[in-house]
Write a protein that binds this ligand. Structure first.
Ligand code: SF4
Ligand code: SF4
Length: 433
């Protein structure tokens, strides 16, 4: 059973990527993994007040706000057109109260609910017709094909299925503005055993403007598409007569679920790297009790390639990405230790988002960065050369250092940032980082 793909309107079941019986990270668990508290993510801790709860962290962030200049300003990527694009990109997520996931709406709109709601008028079981769906009897293979096809129809670019590993469910979840813990273990029925994991690709051209507001517009559009996709698929599954819960960033860790479902592998940049779009995706998922057939995890050489490539670390304007080998130790309170990986310094990353942001007399907002997505050699527009590169990385691993040098020579990012500014990496125009 393979991941379903939609690229430029062409839909197919993925072929030519090596599938494995078990996710590779199982060999990298050094000490037992603790369940991760959503309260500890950099977004939960340091979201622009009154969102963030961690006052000590916020004290280091707020004075940095807007240090790189006002927005909009007369600089490529930060003009009024760029800011307008960013506002428009996020609009679908913001106007539907979805933001980055469930339980992220501000107090002003709390009572309106959101599209990720589990119950009520926005929840999956409210069909909106004078009709109560019967439970459709389907075998898991058939149900999986139907669900994957529906996900592509609704706008997913990648869709896979995993058995829901409860280790990835947040314990506890976190309400961003109420600053309250959410007991997901008590709320999530034991019958919810499957996760439909979906990726929406963000536009290559816009991401290439990282770390500016124009690239942030691409991230915003991804959140808006998630807010449509996951709730709509949950509604579809409910109309087949089964329980479904739509999730954005909330409820469970998206990246391990996506690795389990075979959407991609974990990269040095701490992101899911997919064969089709590299890390240029946003993830959402639907949890369900509809019995499904899982898609298989993949190995297309990301871990080996990341060992020779440090491009995301070099270009990271916050120098938040680890050089050298992986470690199972925590770097900040936001890291979950135990798994051998390249843990991100999420605090340093967030400090850059604040510096990149803006404040007015009416408040402030941070602007995310996306440079570690942009510079990744796996982030290429679809086409012949991307296919050849992907094939070589997955099959001819001794060529990784050569491919890395070719990528550096032919794909310099638009803006020099991070260590690349000092080391003289090629870039077409300088940006202050
Ligand atoms: S988003 Fe930007 S600052 Fe954060 S880790 Fe990626 S490159 Fe670094
Ligand atoms: S930029 Fe290089 S090191 Fe970073 S995630 Fe991509 S392939 Fe791995």
């Amino acid at each position: 059973m393979s991941v379903a793909v939609s690229v430029n309107g062409r839909r197919y079941r993925r072929r030519g990527i090596r599938e494995v019986d078990r996710p590779l990270y199982l060999d990298d668990i050094v000490t037992p993994l603790e369940r991760y508290s959503e309260k500890m993510t950099p977004l939960s801790r340091g979201y622009v007040p009154p969102g963030g709860w961690d006052d000590r962290f916020l004290e280091t962030l707020v004075p940095l706000m807007g240090q790189r200049g006002p927005v909009p300003r007369d600089e490529p990527g930060y003009t009024q057109v760029d800011l307008a694009l960013r506002v428009a990109g996020f609009h679908g997520a913001m106007a539907t109260n979805c933001h980055t996931g469930n339980w992220t709406r501000p107090r002003l709109t709390e009572r309106l609910g959101c599209l990720y709601d589990w119950e009520g008028p926005w929840g999956p079981s409210f069909v909106g017709l004078p009709w109560t769906p019967d439970r459709l009897e389907l075998d898991p293979d058939e149900a999986s094909e139907i669900v994957k096809e529906a996900a592509l129809f609704l706008g997913a670019n990648l869709v896979g299925i995993a058995r829901l590993d409860r280790r990835w469910v947040y314990r506890p979840g976190w309400h961003r503005y109420e600053h309250e813990e959410i007991d997901l273990d008590a709320m999530l029925p034991p019958s919810m055993q499957w996760a439909v994991v979906m990726a929406v690709a963000t536009p290559y051209e816009y991401v290439s403007h990282a770390p500016t507001a124009r690239a942030s517009a691409a991230a915003g559009l991804g959140y808006s598409k998630m807010a449509h996709l996951a709730p709509s698929l949950a509604k579809f599954i409910a109309c087949l007569g089964y329980k479904a819960i739509a999730c954005g960033n909330d409820t469970a860790l998206s990246i391990p679920l996506a690795v389990d479902a075979g959407l991609g592998q974990l990269g040095r940049n701490g992101l899911l790297v997919t064969p089709e779009f590299g890390p240029r995706v946003r993830l959402c998922k639907v949890l369900t009790d509809l019995p499904l057939e899982p898609t298989r995890p993949v190995d297309f050489g990301v871990t080996e390639y990341c060992r020779v490539c440090v491009k995301c670390a070099e270009y990271c304007p916050a120098q938040a990405i680890l050089y050298g080998g992986p470690t199972h130790e925590a770097r900040t309170p936001s890291t979950n230790p135990g798994l051998r990986k390249w843990p991100i310094d999420g605090e340093a990353c967030f400090r850059f988002w604040y510096r990149n942001g803006a404040k007015t007399e009416r408040g402030m907002y941070h602007i995310d960065c996306y440079q570690c997505v942009n510079v990744c050699p796996f982030n290429k527009p679809p086409g012949f050369f991307h296919e050849v590169g992907k094939w070589m990385v997955s099959r001819v691993r001794f060529l990784d250092p050569l491919l890395h040098r070719i990528d550096e020579a032919f794909y310099p990012p638009r803006y020099r940032t991070g260590a690349s500014r000092r080391g003289g990496r090629p870039g077409r125009s300088p940006a202050r980082a």
